[in-house]
Design a binder for this molecule. Structure first.
Ligand SMILES: [Zn+2]
Ligand SMILES: [Zn+2]
Length: 104
């Protein structure tokens, strides 16, 4: 297994309960809550581009936030439009694999 299998999605699902699931090419499955991914958005409005310091306060994110729309961004990742109106976040597959809640 190479690094490319680890970070390549085989299947991506948005579940009715708001969770997002990805099955990776290496067989690993990641399940994320909308809240978790929304809090980890690293767009320029959520993380300072210069310093890398997080601007977004988790307390400002609705607990029940869900993904309204998910679009592919080339072969690189996905963009997610959230139910709280935030839609500038791009999640690379590399980042999503690193964010897997069960992984180190
Ligand atoms: Zn953001
Ligand atoms: Zn995992």
């Amino acid at each position: 297994m190479g690094e490319s299998e680890r970070c390549t999605p085989r299947d991506l699902n948005s579940f009715p309960n708001g969770e997002i699931g990805i099955v990776w090419e290496d067989g690993h499955e990641s399940i994320y809550t909308g809240y978790y991914l929304r809090c980890n958005c690293n767009c320029a409005a959520c993380v300072d581009e210069m310093s890398g310091v997080k601007i977004l306060e988790n307390e400002s994110v609705p607990r029940a936030v869900t993904a309204k729309e998910i679009h592919g961004v080339g072969r690189y990742g996905i963009s997610i439009a959230w139910s709280d109106g935030h839609d500038t976040g791009i999640y690379s597959f590399d980042m999503l694999r690193k964010l897997c809640p069960c992984c180190e």
